[in-house]
Design a protein around this ligand. Structure first.
Ligand code: SAT
Ligand code: MN
Length: 605
């Protein structure tokens, strides 16, 4: 079947023969009713969102409150990433390692090939050329997503550089990552569609050896917007291993001190632990300024000057909605106020705006994420804890102008953070690169609603990349170690560990977080510039409470001291857990990380 004729629209807008062949092959396999090549235009957005609104998948929000914006509700079973159904299909099972699900590539392709057969019947197949990172990069990273979800096509316009400009730069033979997605819900002739088509059977499959992505059964962001976690982390981490760079789950921010000194900071936190809030932070200390470059993913390469430069491959924010408001993240609220956004699984107000938990006093009536009437007495939250906003990065009022610079920005500091009630101090600086890699390798966090499964369980999450490393985690840690070996230590970013989430014995947060985290960033900068002191503790260099600027902050000294406290008995519990964590990587774990663990044990004695 010929894609262009099936479309009954314009002919395929490319002469890229491998792309045309792949589109023809997928068309023949999945038998869509029509094929549409996405051009990325505003007209196309209007068409897609209009059709989705007609179909009942989207509800148009009040244009006076949220112009050109829409509310979506998913099937209640399709609300988060499905890590159990996510596979790294390397040829050698050892390349997937103990932290990934593995299936042989031929076996997965056979299995999914059967599921894909006829799976787009009655639907439109969208072909979305996209580029992760600036199009004018020296080595632009292209992808093409084929999907039968108009919601995905519309979301990809926000999250990536996509459409005709990408095809133009791809020309006739550029390399690209083929990324196939289907919701797995074919329509028989005359069959009415449902609001959120998806399938109980789900597979999120990656083929790192051939750099392909096949996703089936889910329409939810992280499972279906394949440029994001699937490409920019799982596949890109493999590219990065092979090409000597890093693809990381990190925000990028620009920090300017009152003396007008600029530092760029990258920070890794697991999903739903506040990356978007930190990326858009409004400092509470005078004279400091934060600007945003990215809130989720950083690609980092060494520049000719020996420094590590970071680029945000994305073009939008896909942030957790609940907890976001004018006090916790005013810049996100200003970004959203401009409209042009999709909101998924939040609540709808009676005047056609969105609402979610954390926005202050709830209205007397809402439509909740299930589509039901909701009142403050309803008992259950109005919004799913992993409900999301999807909004263009260009609307961020504190966007750093260099966010679009293909050379990226030189990183001075890397923060590794997790959500831990106990043990881990508010901030600690590593002694050197290897100690910093050890901090990242042993990072742990309580699980959140961003992935299907139990919430609040502590798990190790190396560099906040546990669900996103596209190869053996031991090899990944060795890659981090190796990059430091060849680099000039003075030019390497300094590595810090942070924990905004430590609690007192009474369960209350010891540190206020949000904008107040600027006080921790200030100490980080003072460490970079050699002007702040630190206490040498068994786990790293920790500020004395007096070294944190608390001017204007209503915080008991005892709470700050407790937030910074390193308790050897708590850490003694951690040591065997780290050893068990390391043991599963066998020979692949760089020996130097065992040496780091031994030194930690020694210092704890
Ligand atoms: O749904 S996403 O995977 O894109 C968000 C996240 O879990 O970080
Ligand atoms: Mn994320």
């Amino acid at each position: 079947m010929d894609a262009a004729t099936t479309a009954g629209l314009s002919p395929a807008p490319t002469t890229h023969s491998r792309l045309l062949a792949w589109v023809a092959e997928v068309t023949a396999l999945t038998t869509p009713a029509r094929v549409v090549w996405c051009d990325g235009s505003d007209g196309e957005w209007q068409r897609l969102t209009g059709q989705l609104a007609d179909a009942g998948t989207l509800v148009r929000l009040n244009p006076e409150l949220k112009p050109n914006s829409f509310w979506a509700r998913t099937d209640p079973s399709d609300v988060a990433r499905v890590e159990e159904r996510t596979f790294i299909c390397s040829v050698d099972p050892d390349d997937a390692g103990p932290t990934n699900n593995w299936m042989a590539p031929e076996e997965m392709k056979q299995l999914l090939g059967e599921l894909y057969r006829g799976c787009m019947a009655g639907r439109t197949m969208y072909v979305i050329p996209f580029c992760m990172g600036p199009l004018d990069a020296a080595d632009p990273k292209f992808g093409v997503e084929i999907t039968d979800s108009a919601y995905v096509a519309a979301s990809m316009k926000i999250m990536t550089r996509m459409g005709t400009p990408v095809l133009d730069v791809m020309g006739a033979d550029a390399e690209f990552v083929p990324a196939l997605h289907s919701v797995g819900a074919p329509l028989a002739p005359g069959q009415a569609d449902v609001m959120w088509p998806c399938n109980d059977t789900k597979y999120i499959a990656h083929f790192p050896d051939t750099r392909e992505i096949w996703s089936y059964g889910s329409g939810y962001g992280g499972n279906s917007l394949l440029g994001k976690k699937c490409y920019s982390l799982r596949i890109a981490s493999v590219m990065a291993r092979d090409e000597g760079w890093l693809a990381e789950h990190m925000l990028i921010l620009k920090l300017t001190s009152p003396q007008q000194k600029v530092h760029y900071v990258a920070a890794a936190f697991p999903s739903a632990c506040g990356k978007t809030n930190l990326a858009m932070l409004e400092p509470t200390i005078g004279g400091w300024k934060v600007e945003t470059l990215g809130d989720d993913i950083a690609w980092m390469r060494f520049g000719d000057d020996g420094r590590l430069y970071a680029v945000n491959p994305e073009y939008g924010f896909f942030g957790v909605a609940p907890g976001t408001d004018d006090s916790t993240n005013p810049n996100a609220m200003r970004t959203l106020a401009q409209g042009n956004s999709l909101f998924t699984n939040v609540a709808l107000t009676d005047d056609g705006d969105v609402w979610w938990e954390g926005m202050g006093t709830p209205p007397a009536h809402l439509t909740d994420w299930h589509g039901n009437d909701w009142t403050p007495g309803s008992g259950a939250p109005s919004s799913h804890p992993n409900s999301r906003f999807c909004t263009p990065i260009s609307q961020c009022p504190i966007l750093a102008p260099e966010y679009d610079d293909p050379r990226g920005v030189p990183i001075s500091a890397i923060l590794f953070g997790g959500r831990r009630k106990t043990t881990v101090p508010l901030v600690a600086q590593s002694r050197d690169w290897i100690h910093g890699v050890f901090m990242g390798a042993t990072l742990s966090s309580e699980t959140t609603a961003a992935a299907v499964g139990q919430v609040g369980v502590v798990r190790r999450d190396p560099m906040a990349m546990l669900p996103f490393i596209g190869y053996h985690a031991g090899d990944y840690l060795a890659h981090w170690v190796d990059l430091g070996k060849d680099a000039d230590p003075d030019k390497l970013p300094k590595i810090f560990q942070v924990n905004w989430f430590r609690r007192g014995d009474d369960g209350r947060f010891l540190w206020p977080g949000y904008g107040e985290n600027s006080r921790v960033l200030k100490w980080v900068v003072e460490r970079l510039e050699g002007t702040a002191g630190a206490v040498d503790t068994p786990v790293g260099l920790v500020p004395h409470p007096a070294a944190i600027d608390t001017e204007g902050l209503d915080l008991a000294y005892a709470d700050l001291a407790a937030a910074l406290h390193v308790d050897p008995t708590e850490w003694a519990v951690e040591v065997p857990q780290i050893a068990a964590w390391f043991n599963q990587f066998g020979e692949k774990l760089p020996g130097i990380l065992w040496t780091e663990l031994d030194s930690l044990k020694e210092r704890l004695r």
